[in-house]
Structure formats: structure tokens, C-alpha cells
Design a protein around this ligand. Structure first.
Ligand code: 2IT
Length: 445
């Protein structure tokens, strides 16, 4: 029998100074501990110890030269967390906040998320404390080249397939892939999120945001409710927010906020024109990491240094970074009448915020379910690369939609409580866990 408190105390002792990893592990262990305790095969196999320990942690030095000719040193990582159900799969994050603990939490979450997609992908995450903000294109290229010169020996199209995450978009994937190809003389799907001319999949850039909206659509329909006319707040202004904003419009809802490290934009008319969507891409590509210019361009309000959660909305979609929505934000959203919270960033809400939403019976979707569309289309990119062909937009989007519907159905199956409330956290964790755990038993050790 596992006891939650003693298991977590040991895990914490074993992984000191990794608060985000412990936060992610606590949430999963809390959801699955009864399932594990009721199954002697899981108990005998020491499944909790095995599933919370990464298969492999790789760290390496990344040396590169900046535009002044000065030498710079960063740290690179790849956490190969679990490959029971398929090759390691997960993004690379370039952000100054990146630590070993951050990437361990992301790799751990990725394992269950990838399991939920129904595609055969294991979980991994990697990246660096490299800050892309203010860097020139050439500096980014030199950094990516050095990073891949170390990483290439640990990855491969059937071994480990990285992709983008915060700070790693099409440009970075291009430079990384270019260096891999130079060294390996290989045009394989070793990375996903590739450009459309060289093996990338249609809809991959939109996939995380589209997927989150498809998931939200399922949540709303399960309540005999509709997306039409809903007011939505979104945080962030990158790839994920961009996809979410576009799909929300298509579904008849209205997104009224985006945000950056500098503050948030409140656009009560709605971020619902092609011009505004294209401008979001421009803002991101500028590498300045600010949203304020949007306000001047479209006559919207800019609120400096604050988060968008103070705007009254029906639905909230955190789309930026972990722990971006805390208890105070949750209380504000609830007092302003929010009905659905769809975590689109990985672990975007603090534990206290999630508990508050659930205590108030607000429907809350965790990131590992709601944002799985990104990695799902990465999986579809791998399929297309293996077949050496390219699917149409409709084909990819249709499959993405179906995958999100399946994930929602799994959450309903495992997460519906006796009073009818759907605990999506519990649902996603149990459904994601069972498949990985059963596979680990079948494969032995
Ligand atoms: O958090 C995520 O799921 C991602 N950054 C996407 C990973 C991927 O392999 O596409």
C-alpha cells in the first residue's frame, strides 16, 4: 500500500530544490494513488517509484559567440522521462527560467499527455536557460548550432523526437534541424514543427490553440451549453494564444485579452480579425516580448504590469507559462462569474488555484488534456514523415479534432464524480497513467 504523505516526502527528499516537479508529481499521485492501491500488479511492480523517476537526464554545456565576439555559456538539457509506449517525444524550451526541475516537471507531464493522445509517443522535454529576448537572428543561429552539436547524439527519429516550446518556434527548429542534417546527412523526422517546405505538417503551428478550443467545445457541449457568444480571456501572445484566438472566433466566441511580460491588452471588441491575428505573429517575431504596441495599433486598452484575469469573462485560457494563474486570480475570476477554465499552458494554474476552481464546481481542464493538440499534431507530423507524404489541412485538422474528442471522452470516463461533476484533473491523470503503467508491466524491467 502506498501512503500519499510518506511517498511524497520521500520523492521530495530525493529531488531537492525542484518545486515544479514536486507540484506536478503531487497532482498526479493524488489522482492515481487509489487506482494503484487497488491493483496488486501495480503495487508489486513499484509503479509509483518507477513512473516518477526519469529514464535518463542529460545535461550539456552550450558555448556560443555573441555579436560582439564575446563567448557565452549556457546549459542544455534533455530529460528522457519515459518511453514505454513510444519514442521519447516533447518540446525544447529556451527561457531564462529553465532549470532541471522545470524540465523534469514538463517531461513528467508530457508522459501522461502523450499517452492521452492515443498516439504511440513516450514523454520527454529539453531546452536551455538561453534567453531569446533581444538576440539577433545570427546569435540565435549560433546558439542553436552549438545546442544541436551536443544534443544530436541522444536523439533520432525512432529514439527521441524534440519539437518547440516557449522560445523555440519555426526559426529555431530550422536552425536546429539544419545542424542535425549537416552532421547526420539525414532528412528524417528527428524534429517536429518543421517548415512546410521540408517535412513540416500543416496545422502544427495552430494545433495547440485549436486543440484547446476543440476540448473546450466538448466541455461546453457536455453541459448542454454553447461556445456561441462566450467571452474569453487568454494570456500570452505566442503560438498557442494565436491558435486559440483564431479557433474561438470560428466557434462564435470572443477573445478579449492577450498578455505579455509587460502587461495585458483588453480589446472588448474582440481579437477577431485576420489583421489582428497577423499582428500577433509580428509581435512575437519581433523578439521584444511585449504586447503594448497592439494597444496603439488597434485602439485597445493596455494595462501595465497586470494579468488578464481581472477582466470579467465566461471562460479563461491561460496560454503562457506555469503557475501564471494563482489563488488570487482564481478568486477574481470566480467572483466575476467565470464558468470554465481551460489550462492551455503546462501547469498554468497553481495547486491552490485549481483546488479553488474545483471546490466552486467551476469546470477546470488541466494542461495535459487541453493542450495535447500540439504534441498530437507533432505525432501526425511523424506519421507523415515516415510515410514520406503530406496530408491536407482538412485531413490533419480532422484527426486533431477527433483526438481532442477522444481525450475529452477519456476524462469523462475516469473523472465523472458521483454528483455528476467532471473532475478533469483526475480523469486525465488516471486515463494517461493507466496506459503507461500497463505497458510498463507488459514490457517488464
Ligand atoms: O508542451 C508540449 O506539449 C509541447 N511543447 C509540444 C511538444 C511536441 O513534441 O510537439
Amino acid at each position: 500500500m502506498y501512503h500519499y504523505d510518506s511517498f511524497m516526502a520521500e520523492l521530495e527528499q530525493k529531488n531537492p530544490a525542484q518545486p515544479e516537479f514536486i507540484q506536478a508529481a503531487k497532482e498526479v499521485v493524488e489522482s492515481i494513488i487509489d487506482v494503484v492501491n487497488e491493483n496488486p500488479a501495480y503495487l508489486n511492480a513499484k509503479i509509483l517509484e518507477r513512473i516518477t523517476e526519469p529514464d535518463r537526464v542529460i545535461t550539456f554545456k552550450v558555448e556560443w559567440e555573441d555579436d560582439n565576439g564575446d563567448v557565452q555559456v549556457n546549459r542544455g538539457y534533455r530529460i528522457q522521462f519515459n518511453n514505454a509506449i513510444g519514442p521519447y517525444k516533447g518540446g525544447l524550451r529556451f527561457h531564462p527560467s529553465v532549470t532541471l526541475g522545470t524540465l523534469k516537471f514538463l517531461g513528467f507531464e508530457q508522459t501522461f499527455k502523450n499517452s492521452l493522445t492515443t498516439l504511440p509517443m513516450g514523454g520527454a522535454k529539453g531546452g536551455s536557460d538561453f534567453n531569446t529576448k533581444g538576440k539577433s537572428d545570427n546569435e540565435i543561429m549560433r546558439f542553436c548550432r552549438s545546442f544541436m552539436t551536443e544534443l544530436y547524439r541522444y536523439i533520432g527519429p525512432s529514439t527521441d523526437v524534440p519539437a518547440g516550446d516557449i522560445g523555440v518556434g519555426a526559426r529555431e527548429i530550422g536552425y536546429l534541424y539544419g545542424q542535425y542534417k549537416r552532421m547526420m546527412i539525414e532528412n528524417t523526422g528527428v524534429l517536429t514543427g518543421k517548415g512546410q517546405n521540408w517535412g513540416g505538417s500543416l496545422i502544427r503551428p495552430e494545433a495547440t490553440g485549436f486543440g484547446a478550443m476543440y476540448f473546450a467545445h466538448e466541455m461546453v457541449e457536455a453541459q448542454q451549453d454553447t461556445m456561441k457568444g462566450k467571452t474569453i480571456s487568454v494570456s500570452g501572445f505566442g503560438n498557442v494564444a494565436w491558435g486559440a484566438v483564431m479557433k474561438a472566433s470560428e466557434l462564435g466566441a470572443k477573445v478579449v485579452t492577450i498578455s505579455g511580460p509587460d502587461g495585458y491588452i483588453h480589446d472588448p471588441e474582440g481579437i477577431d480579425t485576420q489583421e489582428k491575428w497577423d499582428y500577433m505573429l509580428e509581435l512575437r517575431a519581433s523578439n521584444n516580448d511585449v504586447v503594448e504596441p497592439y494597444a496603439k495599433r488597434f485602439g485597445a486598452k493596455f494595462v501595465k504590469g497586470r494579468k488578464p484575469w481581472e477582466v470579467p469573462v465566461d471562460m479563461a485560457f491561460p496560454c503562457a507559462i506555469q503557475n501564471e494563474l494563482d489563488l488570487q486570480d482564481a478568486e477574481l475570476l470566480i467572483s466575476n462569474g467565470v464558468s470554465y477554465v481551460v489550462e492551455t499552458s503546462n501547469m498554468g494554474c497553481t495547486t491552490e488555484a485549481v483546488q479553488k476552481f474545483q471546490a466552486q464546481k467551476i469546470l477546470f481542464a488541466p494542461g495535459k488534456a487541453a493542450n495535447a493538440g500540439g504534441v498530437a499534431v507533432s505525432g501526425l507530423e511523424m506519421s507523415q514523415n515516415s510515410m514520406k507524404l503530406r496530408w491536407s489541412k482538412e485531413e490533419v485538422d480532422g484527426r486533431l479534432h477527433e483526438i481532442m474528442q477522444n481525450i475529452h471522452a477519456s476524462c469523462i470516463t475516469e473523472g465523472t464524480m458521483p454528483d455528476g461533476y467532471v473532475d478533469y484533473v483526475r480523469g486525465a491523470n488516471i486515463a494517461g497513467f493507466k496506459k503507461v503503467a500497463d505497458t510498463m508491466l507488459q514490457l517488464g524491467y
